[in-house]
Design a protein around this ligand. Sequence first.
Ligand SMILES: [Mg+2]
Length: 341
Amino acid sequence: MNVDVERVSLELAETFTISRGSQDAAENVVVRLSDGEYEGVGAAAPSSHYGETADTVEAVLEGLRPDLEAIDDPFQVAAIEADLRESIRGNPAARTAVSIALHDLVGKRTELPLWRYWGLDPDEAPETSYTVGIADPETMGEKAARAADDGYDILKVKVGTDDDRARIAAVADAAPDATIRVDANEAWTPKEAVRNAEWLAEYDVEFVEQPVSAEDPEGLRYVYEHSPLPIAVDESCVELDDVPRVADRADVVVLKLMKCGGLVEARRMIHTARAHGLEVMLGCMIESDAAISAGGQLAPLCDYVDLDGSLLLAADADPYDGPVCPGGAIDLDDVPGIGLR
Ligand SMILES: [Mg+2]
C-alpha cells in the first residue's frame, strides 16, 4: 500500500465560538492509501479536547507508516481497526483517517458507495443541522436568518454564555420555522441546566446537548431526571464503553468518528446505543469532506445528523466535495466509497 499523509489548514467562513473557545481555522490531516490501481482518501480532524493535534496525528501516522504499507487486504477493516486501537491507544482521529481511507478504497474496488455496501437505504438519511456559534444575540439572529434563507431547517445553537435566553430568543425570532437544538458544551451546572431546559421548552427546542460537565455523571443524571426536554450527550459519550454508562441518564448519544476511532467502531456504537434504547446523533468536528463524507454514508443509521463541519468552511478552503450538501440534504448517490466528487 502506498501511503501519503498531508496536513491541510482549513479556513473557516467566520470565527466559530463555543462555550470553551473560538477558532478561525481547523487543521486536518489527509491520508491517501493507494494499492496501485485505486486510491482511498480519509482525513483526521484532531480535537485538543480529546488530546490530539495535527502534530500528534502526523507523528502517529508516520510511526504507523510501515504497518500501513504492509496492509495487503483493505477489506479486513475490522481487524485493522482493532490492531490500530491496540498499537496506538488513544489518537482516535489518526485511527479514523486510516479507517476512512481503507473504507473508501474498499468502495472504489467494489465500485459501491459505502451506504450500498452496508445495505442501507439512502432515503433514511436525516438532513444535517447547521450550527450557529456563540456571538452577541443580534449576530446570532443574523446568522440564524441567513442559515434559514440558505435552506437549513434545523439549527444547532451553541449556548453557555452570560445570557443564553436573549440569544435563543434572537435565533427563534430570526428563524421562526427552524427546529432548534442547543449545545452547552458542558457549560452549565446541573441546577442551571434544569432551569434553562424549562424556558428552552417554551421555544420547542428539540433536545439539549451536553448540558453539564462530562466529569459529573451524577449531575447529568439529575438533569436527565428533571429536564422537560430530552438530553443528548457528546463529551460524556466518547467510546463504545461509554454507551451503557450513559444509558440511564441520556436520551440521545452523539457519536463522532473523530472520538471513536473508525467506521467499524462507529457502527458498533450505533447498534449498542439501539440495544440500550438510546437515539443516535452523528456529529463531527470542523472537518474536510474527506472525513465528513464518511459520516454521511452512516447517516441512514442515525436519528439525527450534525455533519456541518465542512459547510462552515470558507469557500474553496476544502479541496474535497462530498454528499453533505449546502442546505442540509445528504445526497447519497452512486459515487463509490465515501462519495467524494
Ligand atoms: Mg457537541
